[in-house]
Write a protein that binds this ligand. Sequence first.
Ligand code: NI
Length: 388
Amino acid sequence: MPIVNRVAEMQEEIAAWRRDLHAHPEILFDVHRTAATVAEKLKAFGCDEVVTGIGRTGVVGVIRGRKGRSSKVIGLRADMDALPIAEQTGLPYQSTVPGRMHACGHDGHTAMLLGAAKYLAETRNFDGTAVLIFQPAEEGGGGGREMVKDGLMERFGIAEVYGMHNYPGLPVGSFATRPGPLMAAADRIAIEIEGRGAHAAKPHEGIDTLLVGAQIVNQIQSIVSRNVDPLGSAVVSITQFHAGTADNIIPQTASLRGTARSLSPEIRDLVEKRLREVVEGTARLYGASAKLTYFRDYPVTKNHPQQTAFAAAVAAEIAGEERVDTNAEPVMGAEDFSFMLEARPGAFIFVGNGDTAGLHHPAYDFNDAAIPFGTSYWIRLVETAMPV
Ligand code: NI
């Protein structure tokens, strides 16, 4: 069975919700209009429970199945937040907020899960409970972590949890996933270097933090190339270097910022350990000191095998087996659905967004043609996991 018929009929309505969200992007935890819109719609659809303020601005809708015999509870998660990017699409429904944009398609994720909520509340063709999770602050704020910390899983008795993200470059009507690590752990690197300021004409009287910083940036590149197993995966990128105020002053301090990505706990530990050694050792070599702050942010998004096989089977029912890649290449991007997958078994899946601009690009737009596939996936997931 391909697209759920009723979903095809709802396409225009769901797309209209999506475009309204697109025009009103909100970032991090400040998704007040979006969360209020979601809660209002969930109530209008007749959800049995609508709870707001979980993980600060998260919203949860509960829909109980027809018979109420089964105690099975499944969580479906969408993210609601946008990005601090100035939109350059020129679309009729483009962002009305300067410097804010739905450049990751979370408008589409929210709309598709709302579409599924409307259908599931109407039909209740399942035996169990569907918990629809709308989270804030996926983009760097750890909204998923906050919702889990706030007792999301225990409070609603969630046994399994599923997430979805659109994927530019993957054809519309296709899905991709894999058991095990699908997306990377993303950690933050901050390095503060302290030397000795001096007149630029008298370098011998100072300790040049710019030189030390440059050496650290270079040395760090040996971690992935020389310490990590070539068959493993890691990324270390230094993305900011701040130092100095004038042409003729050797700066007393310098600071570096960056990100470290990995797909396994062992490599994550190794990268942190080597970073510390390289940073401290290089600074010492030049008589400076340097302090690394390594903040472990999002963990690896690790799919549970059984739930992933189930998710792929549901996707295949909708898209056809040949359009579901069950052994997708992992990506080094990160996703805070990982916190939910640490709390409960489940699976994350990519849904094709077609030939669009990439995620986080100012010309990106969620592809409304993907709505029937994503929405049908959610619906069939619930109906298949908890049959009447
Ligand atoms: Ni995203």
